[in-house]
Design a binder for this molecule. Structure first.
Ligand code: ASP
Length: 244
């Protein structure tokens, strides 16, 4: 999904206030609670792959900025030219943003959002969650949102389920949305009930716009959002379901 320019992740990401791309990503393994994440990395085509390497090859959870880029170099991950990640569409959006025509709040009300996320449950009962984003348009250089923060942008725990979040990062972080949804499952909610409760909570508490995709340990899926749209697709018992 990071390679699909439709989305605000990898190629096609929003530009920051200085007109370049900084990427955040996370991956979590529900069996071990191991997590790998990267934040504000530059010139990396697939930050979620780098996040996985952080999980598998280091003792750390989160690497940021230059350190994450140095780690990428050390493990032989190739960097790409900035122009490979930037689309003309985003240069236009950035120009409007610079002219003050659109605020971040408005962006979340109006623009179909494009962060990508995935949750999975295998036949052995193992959960995983991953999320990847270019963040919000016009963000400050070095701004990091919810995506690479464990419990905010994603959470997976074999005891309960897996969650991936999207939406207004500053608000998601204050609610710790992904973990909050897991907590609702722990209290007995189904994936859908927990997803709905999470979105209700962020709206009631902070008027925050967000979306979550969820699987619980019974294999139920949950999809909830209060943004204008959130494209989703899933496979269950060999059947494909999708919506927008
Ligand atoms: N949550 C992301 C961030 O705030 C953006 C999004 O999901 O659209 O960085």
């Amino acid at each position: 999904m990071e390679d699909d320019p439709t989305f605000d992740a990898g190629k096609g990401s929003f530009l920051n206030e200085e007109g370049f791309v900084e990427l955040d990503a996370i991956i979590m393994d529900g069996a071990t609670l191991n997590v790998g994440a990267v934040a504000a990395v530059r010139n990396i085509k697939n930050p979620v792959v780098l996040a996985r390497k952080v999980m598998e090859l280091t003792e750390h959870v989160l690497l940021v900025g230059e350190g994450a880029n140095r780690f990428a170099k050390k493990i032989g991950m190739k960097t790409v030219d900035l122009s490979e990640l930037v689309l003309e569409r985003e240069i236009e959006r950035w120009k409007k943003f610079k002219e003050g025509k659109i605020s971040i709040e408005k962006l979340f009300e109006q623009t179909p959002r494009g962060t990508v996320g995935a949750v999975a449950l295998d036949k052995h009962g193992n959960f995983a969650a991953a999320t990847s984003t270019g963040g919000v348009a016009g963000k400050m250089v070095g701004r990091v949102g919810d995506t690479p923060i464990v419990g905010c942008g994603a959470y997976a725990d074999n005891n309960y389920g897996a969650v991936s979040s999207t939406g207004h990062g500053e608000k998601i972080m204050k609610i710790v949305l992904a973990k909050e949804v897991i907590n609702f499952i722990a209290q007995g909610c189904s994936a859908q009930e927990a997803a709905d409760k999470g979105i209700k909570l962020i709206w009631e508490r902070l008027k925050g716009r967000a979306g979550v995709i969820v699987i619980d340990k019974n294999g139920n899926t949950g999809i909830s959002y209060n943004t204008p749209r959130m494209a989703y697709a899933y496979v269950k018992n060999g059947k494909v379901y999708s919506g927008i």
